[in-house]
Design a protein around this ligand. Sequence first.
Ligand SMILES: Cc1ncc(COP(=O)(O)O)c(C=O)c1O
Length: 365
Amino acid sequence: MSIQMSRRDIVRGLIGGAAGLTMAPMSFANLGPPPGMIALRYNENPYGPSPGALKAAGEAAALGAYYADDLQEPLLRTIATRHDVALENMVLSSGSNEALQAAFVAWGKKGKIVLPSLTYSDHLDYAQRMGVELVRVPLADDLSIDLDRIAAAVSDDVSLVYICNPNNPTGHTLDGDALRDFCRTVGKRAVVMIDEAYNEITDRPDYTSMIDLVREGENVIVMRTFSKIFGMAGMRVGYGIGRPDVAKTIADYVMAWPNGVGLAAAQACYTDDKFIQFSRSKIFEGRKMVVDTFLDNGIKPLPSQANFVFADIGRNGGKFQGQMAEHGILIRGRFDQYPDYIRVSMGRIEDIKIFRTVFTELINA
Ligand SMILES: Cc1ncc(COP(=O)(O)O)c(C=O)c1O
């Protein structure tokens, strides 16, 4: 090969390469379920984001060159107004997970953190890597959170108590007034953090929420997210509502800066009751289908007030998760202390119909 030819090849290669770069079709294939698969694994709401949120996100993306600080306060004000709390009760974070992590690190420095033995855990792994000492309290026999046992575990060296209501992965929901009594008592000894990621899906969201205790000045912080009912898990917006000093401590430990696209979308859908009701009705419809699928196959799932259902299938859940995946359906198994359980998240109704067929076939195979 002559030098000339190879130069020509190089130039051609460069042009081809550049054209390839500019003309390559944009692919979001890695966002959402893998092609051909049905995702019932992460408790997302596939009916979101709402049309209004999508429009606002597009407009904000066009101004994505700029830092988005100015979108923060209007969103927090809107949320604060809805719950009749002050701006200093509010803290914003990149998904609620960031605020949970921030709280665990902040209070983990001051003492131990008490929590149920089976609960949402992504922030727990992080906290443990940061050297935070966790005290895990067993669930009651019916897999509900045992508030009495948790209260008994709150000794003088405990700084924070974490309660997820509804709990993930069980879907179990504590009675609002029982939890209120618990918060009032235990809050005298430690901060009580209530993770209400799924509150908007519960039967009685206001009764089940502890935000009224924040208005009363109790030692409580409530964590919420736009990832679940609002269907914005990939847009990373979460917030906390708590006593001003508690909210400020979390804000001091939060690292991510505001994400303009997420904030604009959140602002657009927060008061969109039509979309919230639509999502609730789809979740309820799907949940009944999943529950009926279990019951029809002789399996009694745990009662759930969230967008997922937890059930003992009488065989290894991790292995069954793998079998479902081979048939194109992603669910969750592998719950350490509960090896025979699986968790199925709500998806689109048409996806749940396929789940029903595949599950029934595999469980009877
Ligand atoms: C109970 C609970 N809290 C918090 C989160 C974190 O959600 P995000 O960080 O997307 O707000 C999840 C996610 O599944 C969850 O189940």
